[in-house]
Ligand binder design. Sequence first.
Ligand SMILES: Nc1ncnc2c1ncn2[C@@H]1O[C@H](COP(=O)(O)OP(=O)(O)OP(=O)(O)O)[C@@H](O)[C@H]1O
Ligand SMILES: [Mg+2]
Length: 237
Amino acid sequence: MQWIPPFDLKRYHLEPLLAARGIDPGWLADNSLDTYSPPNIARYSITKAADVIPFRYQAAIVDQPDVLAWCKELADRAFATQKANRSAIATISRGRSLLLLGLTGTGKTHQAYASIRELAITGAAATWAVTTAADLYAALRPRHGIDSEAEFRRYRDASILLVDDLGAERKPTEFTEEINFRLINWRYEHQLPTLITSNLLPKEISARLGDRVTSRLIEMCQRIVIEGPDRRRGEAA
Ligand SMILES: Nc1ncnc2c1ncn2[C@@H]1O[C@H](COP(=O)(O)OP(=O)(O)OP(=O)(O)O)[C@@H](O)[C@H]1O
Ligand SMILES: [Mg+2]
């Protein structure tokens, strides 16, 4: 773990988030040189999370209570495991996954990236990988000079993985079905926390993703349906 000097909270849009969670900004600014200290791990995670969060969602804050409860559950588990194993640091490594469903523009991606920020400020360590399902398939297409298995493992093994827009492709192919199954099955078997968003209606999931992926998703995920208007059309106010 690397030492990350305290930074200006504004740079990572942290003031409203810390205030919403009742965290004293002084905690994050703790200046001891202990790289394993939760504040240093939080600073490290915040910088790493910011690297993967798209500009639009860099200030996102979780405002769905169920999503917040899921984040808390993961972090609590990491700290409880640390205590039980007397480990030097808490690591988010296992736990339930989250399936965020909802129509276009209801705020699924926003809640997903906000969850990553939420987990980053806890002081539990994690590695993040984020992708849309479409980008994942594109990145994994076998082509000259690319080790697509190594690329696949980067997503497969991340301690927190976000797969945005699962099931959004117009036509599933054998290739996308195989990627979905291999990825979800691995995350299922190893109980690795995975954030999945989808525009599919609950009743459409099985037809689109197949019974075997759906069955695993049902067991591994807490399912949250985000209701409301398309926020992009400005109807939310
Ligand atoms: N809770 C929120 N507070 C403030 N802005 C929000 C919130 N949720 C979403 N938004 C904003 O609304 C817009 C749409 O949100 P988002 O991109 O998360 O929708 P989505 O459900 O992922 O849509 P799609 O299904 O098309 O991917 C974005 O500009 C996002 O920043
Ligand atoms: Mg989205």
